[in-house]
Design a protein around this ligand. Structure first.
Ligand code: SF4
Length: 249
């Protein structure tokens, strides 16, 4: 496909993503509210941002609609120095309403009590440093916007653009994935078109970037997340924040 075709395709996808965001961020009329969620969306929307390309792209689109939309960042304490520097740069230049979600324990406290959980029990580490803080925060909103894409992992292949997500305890939030159908090529093309600077770690060959101890260069060029939790040998490919609680009986 040539550049004009890519440009047209990405423009169509950008328009659709903007429309999906506008429905919920600005409360555009005609939005069918789910029966379990009351109307009056404005102010009830948050966006989680890891500061990877798709999240930063969505952030750019979202703040154009509401400059004060809460941007939630999971500050695990284990991110690359480059990620923290990039987060601070984008937050400052875009004047983001950035909310850093902190775990109950600092890295030092957790390591003193449990050792290096990212080596011995990564699910537990993710539970403490990502899942618990995120679910606690998201419970305060009606709508949770994410940069998830189907192409990212086999666990995301059936991702819907809009779905109800059940938090522990049964509370439900409307979870949006406006970029669900986007390819990596689409994301990079759009970022370039919109002049969005990207996390410099991509230039070093990383294709999916999380906490430093659990992120390595991809081992499979066809699997962008093959460098995540590489020590878990493919067993662990999700941190858990996108796995919803079992239905409350
Ligand atoms: S990605 Fe690794 S370091 Fe980060 S919270 Fe999960 S196990 Fe811990």
């Amino acid at each position: 496909m040539g550049t004009p075709e890519i440009a047209a395709e990405v423009k169509t996808k950008l328009d659709a993503a903007r429309a999906a965001l506008a429905q919920h961020i600005t409360g555009a009329p005609g939005v069918p509210a789910d029966g379990s969620l009351s109307a009056g969306w404005k102010g009830d929307v948050c966006l989680t941002c890891s500061f990877q390309a798709e999240d930063v792209l969505l952030t750019k689109l979202a703040v154009a609609l509401d400059p004060k939309i809460p941007i939630l960042f999971l500050d695990t304490g284990y991110h690359f120095a480059e990620t923290y520097a990039y987060r601070d740069r984008i937050a400052s230049e875009w004047n983001l309403n950035l909310i850093n979600l902190l775990p109950e324990k600092t890295v030092a406290e957790q390591e003193a009590e449990f050792g290096l959980l990212y080596k011995t029990a990564p699910d537990r580490c993710c539970g403490f440093r990502k899942v618990e803080p995120l679910f606690k925060a998201v419970a305060g909103y009606r709508v949770w916007i994410t940069g998830l894409r189907r192409e990212q992992a086999r666990t995301r292949a059936a991702l819907e653009e809009s779905s109800l997500f059940t938090l522990p305890g049964g509370r439900q939030v409307l979870k949006l994935a406006p970029l669900a159908a986007w390819t990596t090529r689409d994301v990079w093309y759009a970022c370039e078109e919109l002049g969005i600077p990207l996390l410099p770690l991509y230039e070093r060959g990383y294709s999916s970037i999380g906490c430093e101890p659990c992120t390595s260069l991809p081992t499979d060029p066809n699997d962008p997340r093959s460098g995540r939790w590489a020590g878990a040998q493919g067993v662990k490919i999700e941190c858990g924040i996108h796995i919803q609680a079992a239905p409350v009986s």
